[in-house]
Design a protein around this ligand. Structure first.
Ligand code: SAM
Ligand code: SF4
Length: 387
């Protein structure tokens, strides 16, 4: 049977049975007609592993799309506001902001998170806008930390407020961090971000290392004529520091003046790095990873490439996004959105929300439309999507 029909059938069966949740956790209940595992029965570790494998519940049908992709990773935008104005992310004139009353409240963020985690999401990334300008960000992390089954709580930040907040965020349960930095030259940083702040970001990166985050991921959007001449300096940073420097291909979003010629492709970047370090070696790929990772032998850290444009990774996409105004977005590059906020505020039950989420996930396309088509599409500016 084709993958899509298996998943459709599964979703249909669960919905028909009125089953609201099919957690990704291993089931300990036997299926009908199978022998029960007696509580007192003592199994050897190997037998226990075998039992758990044979009785694992299927991943939530609501979070599984028509192509069999299981969405266990949720990115939540905490705000549309930002204290920087990066050229590639937002237009110079800024973006019209959603009125506060239309943004998700903290309680709504936690209600939705709880629902997604119950369904099998085990990683949540807080993003934005700039998540660290939300006054209750530490509290949100602390409450997420209470959710059973959530293994990773991550943040993507521009680093401006990081050094000050990181000890409290880590204490509250934050266990993964990505810090954006597009230039190692303070004046150029200021030109790209249209604001000062280079030294604060560097301070944030060093604080993350000092507090033991390993790796500390550094996101660098590479643009021709702006910072591609710094590629080797960024790689050199990974020599003595436990960094994963991630070079991101410049992506088109509404208002960011993307143009094919400004995009430096993965293969071009790799060539430049190979010329300086021919011994650069490829590292094994992790499942669902969006990054192609490499290391210069002997270096403490590594470098990676996010090739969303030249070699998309839609086939293994496991991500869903919730925007700050509460829309579920199943694809970063798709413009279809459904308002979970409106359904929540209209009093939708958990089952109703799940069937709305399941329908949106079920409509997810196999892959994005290709970089040239994306550039023509009407999509929100990146700052309103949440990266
Ligand atoms: N403000 C935070 C930050 O800058 O890290 C979080 C939000 S930002 C939208 C998330 C990530 O998206 C950042 O690493 C940023 O560099 C990346 N990003 C934004 N616009 C992009 C674009 N046009 N192409 C590629 N990456 C982009
Ligand atoms: Fe702000 Fe991040 Fe966008 Fe830069 S990339 S303007 S820091 S949201």
């Amino acid at each position: 049977m084709a993958v899509w029909s298996v998943s459709r059938t599964l979703r249909g069966l669960l919905q028909a049975a009125g089953r609201g949740c099919s957690s990704g956790a291993p089931a300990t209940l036997p299926r009908s007609g199978e022998p029960a595992l007696q509580e007192a029965e003592v199994l050897s570790p190997a037998k226990r592993r075998e039992f758990l494998r044979d009785h694992a519940a299927p991943f939530s049908a609501f979070l599984t799309d028509s192509f069999g992709r299981k969405h266990n990773y949720l990115r939540i935008s905490l705000t549309e506001k930002c204290n920087l104005r990066c050229q590639y992310c937002m237009p110079e004139e800024g973006v019209p902001l959603t009125p506060k009353a239309d943004l998700l409240t903290t309680r709504e963020i936690l209600t939705l998170s709880r629902l997604f985690v119950k369904e099998g999401v085990d990683k949540i990334r807080l993003t934005g806008g700039e998540p660290l300008i939300r006054p209750d960000v530490v509290d949100i992390v602390a409450q997420l930390q209470q959710l059973d089954g959530l293994k990773t709580i991550a943040i993507t930040t521009n680093g401006i407020n990081l050094a000050r907040l990181l000890p409290r965020l880590q204490g509250a349960g934050l266990n993964a961090i990505n810090i954006s930095l597009d230039s190692l030259v303070p004046a150029k940083f200021e030109f790209i971000a249209r604001r000062k702040g280079f030294h604060k970001v560097m301070e944030g990166i060093h604080k993350a290392i000092e507090l033991g985050f390993d790796p500390v991921k550094v996101n660098c959007v590479v643009m021709r004529g702006l910072n591609e001449d710094e590629l080797l300096d960024f790689v050199a940073l990974s020599e003595g520091l436990p960094l994963d420097v991630r070079f991101i291909e410049y992506m088109p979003f509404h208002g960011n003046k993307w143009n094919f010629k400004k995009m430096v492709s993965y293969t071009e970047m790799l060539d430049m790095i190979h010329q300086r370090w021919p011994e650069l070696e490829k590292l094994p790929e992790e499942a669902s990873s969006t990054a192609k990772a490499f290391r210069v032998p002997g270096f403490r850290g590594q470098v990676s490439f996010i090739t969303s444009m030249s070699e998309h990774f839609c086939g293994t996409c496991n991500r869903l996004r919730i925007t700050a105004d509460g829309n579920l977005k199943v694809c970063l590059f798709g413009n279809s959105e459904v308002s979970l906020r409106d359904h929540l505020r209209a009093g939708a039950s958990e089952e109703e929300l799940l069937s709305i989420i399941g329908a949106a996930v079920g409509r997810k396309k196999q892959q994005h439309a290709g970089m040239f088509n994306i550039a023509q599409m009407k999509n929100r500016p990146m700052i309103l999507i949440g990266g």
